[in-house]
Design a protein around this ligand. Structure first.
Ligand SMILES: NC(=O)c1ccc[n+]([C@@H]2O[C@H](COP(=O)([O-])OP(=O)(O)OC[C@H]3O[C@@H](n4cnc5c(N)ncnc54)[C@H](OP(=O)(O)O)[C@@H]3O)[C@@H](O)[C@H]2O)c1
Length: 269
């Protein structure tokens, strides 16, 4: 049987909430941050202890939140679209109060993004590929990776590909009739359940380092979104040609450590 750990989750949103379920289900003591009353009730129902935390303004409860914890998972989103140029400063300001609590014993797991490699990256992309972020969010996420790696003794950075799953159906990512560029580009996606499994896996094994988290198959945008739109009974977007040399995110490193995704086949065959 797995040893019972106390695990804190900062940000119980679309990804954090099923993570709460998964960890509580495995018998761990789970603490989760929340900013809204409605979420507080959901957390209690899921077997987690809610802590009212809104960084950086409401950081007082961090001390109790992280006391005697063996792992902290940070899923705060960078908010680049909303914040624009301010995203890096605002994101690092939100993380700043954590600095006082990053002890040598604490295993910090940060949900980063494959966006750090940039949209212009081509061919196979591994963790050794030099990041070249080209959006406000991706630049903020890379800044956070670096900020955390300067401060956390035990850090796992999970660079997640495009997330999909319940409530995030790729068929609805593009409006009907919209023209989507580079229809021949490979997609890099990860199902919510597999992203949760990756987080659980690194917590359980204690693996540290930087890992890409992505499905093993990479159909073109035209195929992936086209078939899903068809299945959803929607008009597929119109795809322009191009992008065939686009990036293919390689997640071999985490697979080698034993992470086994369930939704690897995105070819929808
Ligand atoms: N979407 C993608 O395709 C994608 C791809 C790669 C990586 N990621 C990463 O995946 C992670 C999880 O994303 P998600 O979709 O689960 O995000 P989400 O649904 O927006 O959840 C984020 C959670 O963090 C909370 N939060 C936000 N700002 C906060 C603050 N300043 N202080 C305290 N709590 C705060 C939110 O609270 P409220 O509910 O009150 O707002 C929410 O519970 C993020 O790190 C994101 O960067 C996403």
């Amino acid at each position: 049987m797995e040893p019972r750990k106390t695990i804190a989750i900062l940000g119980a949103g679309w990804l954090g909430m099923p993570l709460v379920h998964a960890l509580a289900h495995r018998g761990h003591a789970v603490r989760a941050s929340c900013r809204r009353e409605a979420i507080r009730g959901q957390l209690i129902d899921s077997g987690a202890d809610p802590y009212p935390i809104d960084l950086p303004a409401l950081s007082g409860p961090l001390e109790a939140f992280l006391r005697d914890c063996s792992a902290l998972v940070v899923t705060l989103p960078p908010g680049g679209r909303r914040l624009g140029e301010e995203a890096i400063t605002t994101y690092l300001a939100a993380l700043a109060p954590l600095a006082d609590f990053l002890t040598d014993e604490l295993h910090l797991v940060y949900t980063s993004s494959t966006g750090v490699y940039g949209r212009a990256a081509e061919g196979r992309v591994t963790e050794a590929t030099t990041p070249a972020p080209d959006t406000h969010s991706a630049r903020a996420v890379l800044a956070a990776e670096r900020w955390l790696s300067d401060r956390a003794a035990r850090l796992t950075v999970l660079r997640l590909a495009g997330l999909f799953g319940p409530g995030r159906d790729p068929a609805s990512f593009f409006a009907c009739g919209r023209t989507v560029a580079q229809g021949d580009a490979p997609v890099n996606m990860i199902h919510q359940a597999d992203a949760v499994a990756a987080i659980v896996h690194v917590i359980t094994t204690g693996a540290t380092g930087t890992f890409n988290v992505c499905a093993a198959t990479h159909p073109t945008k035209r195929t992936f979104y086209g078939i899903l739109s068809q299945r959803a009974g929607r008009d597929a977007p119109i795809f322009t040609a191009g992008g065939a040399a686009g990036k293919i995110v390689d997640s071999t490193a985490l697979r080698t450590l034993g992470w086994i995704p369930r939704y690897d086949d995105l070819s929808l065959s």
